[in-house]
Design a protein around this ligand. Structure first.
Ligand code: NAD
Length: 293
């Protein structure tokens, strides 16, 4: 059997077009152009490239990017002062601080200083708590992207046996709550988990975010399961560098019912979900109903 490939790239294009249409409508009907401030501290090459692609994506859908690049030696007080200014700026609907931050800055202080209504990354403790309480919240982009991909396979997740491998605050933990809120029966595995292959073999829905290249093998997967591979891992094969996921795709595709590829699965959807969250934040702040996208 060969699994259905969940085409994240094509779905991301569809979603981006829907966000662009809703943005045009928001501008036309309410004169409201959603704006996102992206703050980068330092000159980490990977972070710079992420920030550039986020700004490009915003412009493509008609939103307004506000880019702030601060020197690597920026103090916590200086960054807090910038966030305070952005919190009060009505043209800025969302604030994203690119992680990781330099060591002199306490990331938790910075994330907690962002106005929760502008917290498009969904990392503020209030939004994390609202998600865990099953209340409307700004939810981190990668978990939303995963749910949208899962929905192309499953109309309902009620009662499904889901295994989330990884429990980071960015991906694993919020995605496990997103799945719980969809009434899945969720198990969360992490570095201390024993008998991981056996747990995997029970899962009808397997989501993996561990950052270990091709760690999950084909014979760990339940036949027909849906596999969401969130990992983005760089490997070098025959002197050439390429990106793979946390799942050994060539093996898993023979067993799973549906699977996301890497690249071209969760990654492209995640960036569009940042646009969705920016639109959502702008609507929320204007007292308008949440977007359909
Ligand atoms: P992290 O390092 O913060 O967390 C990794 C988690 O995996 C931890 O909870 C750890 O306990 C668990 N883990 C690690 N090795 C394990 C093992 N052998 N068995 C069981 N559990 C194990 O990483 P993260 O930020 O959650 O990212 C995970 C992966 O997802 C990375 O490859 C990252 O690049 C990728 N990622 C992708 C996107 C996207 O848009 N597709 C977004 C964020 C992260």
């Amino acid at each position: 059997m060969s699994a259905r490939i969940i085409d994240g790239k094509a779905l991301a294009t569809e979603l981006r077009d829907a966000v662009a249409a809703e943005t045009r409508q928001l501008v036309a009907a309410h004169g409201l152009q959603p704006g996102l401030a992206v703050v980068l501290v330092g000159d980490n090459a990977a972070s710079k490239s992420y920030v550039a692609s986020k700004s490009r994506a915003l412009v493509e859908v008609g939103m307004r990017p506000f880019d702030f690049t601060l020197p690597a030696a920026t103090s916590e007080a200086e960054l807090l002062a910038l966030i305070k200014k952005l919190n009060c700026d009505p043209a800025v609907n969302g604030i994203l601080v690119q992680l990781p931050l330099p060591p002199q800055i306490d990331t938790s202080h910075i994330l907690a200083s962002i106005d929760p209504h502008k917290d498009v990354d969904g990392f503020h403790p209030l939004n994390a708590g609202r998600l865990m309480s099953g209340l409307p919240a700004l939810v981190p982009c990668t978990p939303i992207a995963c749910l949208k991909l899962i929905r192309t396979v499953h109309d309902s997740l009620a009662g499904i046996e889901a295994l989330m491998i990884g429990r980071s605050h960015i991906v694993g933990s919020p995605l496990s709550h997103v799945l719980l809120n969809e009434n899945a029966t969720v198990t969360v595995a992490h570095t201390f988990t024993r008998h991981l292959p056996e747990l995997c073999r029970r899962a009808e829905l397997l989501c993996v975010a561990i950052g270990c290249a091709e760690f999950i093998r084909g014979d760990w997967i339940k036949p027909g399961a849906t596999v969401i591979d969130i990992g983005i891992d760089r490997v070098t094969v025959d002197g050439k560098s390429r990106i793979v996921g946390d799942v050994k795709f060539s093996e898993a595709v023979e067993v799973a019912g549906a699977i996301t590829p890497v690249p071209g699965g969760v990654g492209p959807m995640t960036i569009v979900c940042l646009l969705v969250n920016t639109l959502r934040a702008a609507c929320m702040q204007a007292g308008l109903p949440p977007p359909a996208a």
